[in-house]
Design a protein around this ligand. Structure first.
Ligand SMILES: NC(=O)c1ccc[n+]([C@@H]2O[C@H](COP(=O)([O-])OP(=O)(O)OC[C@H]3O[C@@H](n4cnc5c(N)ncnc54)[C@H](OP(=O)(O)O)[C@@H]3O)[C@@H](O)[C@H]2O)c1
Length: 276
């Protein structure tokens, strides 16, 4: 799979990773085979990053147990996020995340949706200084107001940001992604398949043929159409997608192979999708 370097380091990440589908949080009735197959398929296809579940629920997700059984902790690049309010609660949350994932140091810890930054960002800086995490950053999705993130990036230069960026939501591409590129900040793109419509991207393209010219950038599916649009922005280090189907992991990982669209083609892709 294509890789991109984390700015300022010699470490490269494969450009497509996995998000946190429900089977990583709650075992499906069929048991562990499905979530393990999702992870193994990503690994077999050259993926390495898992954006682990956000621990919204009081119960600890099963992802850590699965990774331990599969012996993959060291091989994978694992992220975690503070998804709770309160300084002490945030620290307890990180401890729980690390204990569950059993990865020391953690690869990347973020403040989810930039909540209570005055409390949580100093915690992440302390953890990084103490060697408990290699990279730190913030996530911000489901917004079109990037002013807080922009100010934060300029003031603190985090190692990573995680932002929404897609054909339907290219707003972060206006100022945030160029700023990340100029400042040496790695970017994880999310929400590849969200639109403003409840049916989402796949509702929009259902029953529609891929344009023939998609073959010019080795695109075989609508999922890859969206992911290759994202990845053709060089500011993105990688993208993560969420799926509970092995065939969709295969589909999405394949977006990390082959050619990417050029600038003119990107424009054509956006016009095409918006015309559907
Ligand atoms: N603020 C934050 O920190 C934040 C916010 C949003 C997302 N994220 C991260 O990003 C990850 C991805 O979330 P997202 O919102 O960006 O979701 P997404 O990947 O854009 O969309 C997931 C949806 O697309 C479907 N799908 C995935 N691949 C497909 C394929 N090849 N063909 C057809 N359908 C496909 C999935 O259904 P199936 O299960 O049926 O495949 C699921 O319904 C999350 O798990 C999380 O790790 C973080």
């Amino acid at each position: 799979m294509r890789t991109r370097r984390i700015p300022g380091t010699d470490e490269a990440l494969p450009v497509v990773g996995l998000g946190a589908p429900l089977p990583f949080v709650e075992l499906p009735p069929e048991g562990r085979d499905l979530p393990k197959a999702l992870i193994q398929t990503m690994v077999d296809m050259g993926g390495r990053l898992i954006d682990t579940p956000a621990f919204f629920r009081p119960d600890v997700p099963v992802i850590g147990e699965l990774l331990t059984e599969m012996g993959l902790q060291q091989e994978l690049f694992l992220t975690g996020k503070i998804t709770v309010n309160g300084k002490e609660e945030g620290i307890a949350h990180l401890e729980k995340t690390v204990a569950n994932l059993n990865k020391r140091p953690m690869d990347l810890l973020m403040v989810h949706n930039m909540r209570e930054m005055d409390l949580h960002w100093p915690t992440l800086k302390e953890w990084q200084a103490a060697g408990r995490v290699r990279y730190i950053g913030v996530s911000l999705a489901r917004t079109t107001d990037y002013s807080q993130l922009e100010g934060f990036m300029k003031a603190e230069r985090p190692d990573f940001i995680m932002v929404r960026y897609s054909i339907h939501h290219p707003h972060s591409g206006e100022r945030i992604l160029p700023l990340a590129e100029d400042s040496g900040i790695a970017v994880i793109g999310v929400e590849a398949f969200k639109t403003n419509d409840d049916g989402g991207f796949f509702g929009l393209v259902a029953g529609k043929q891929l344009p023939q010219w998609a073959a010019e950038f080795d695109c075989e599916s609508w999922a890859q159409f969206s992911l290759k649009y994202m990845l053709s922005n060089p500011a993105l280090t990688c993208v993560v997608t969420e799926t509970s189907k092995v065939k969709h992991v295969v589909d999405n990982m394949r977006a990390g192979y082959g050619r990417l669209p050029d600038m003119a083609t990107r424009q054509r892709m956006r016009e095409h999708v918006l015309s559907l």
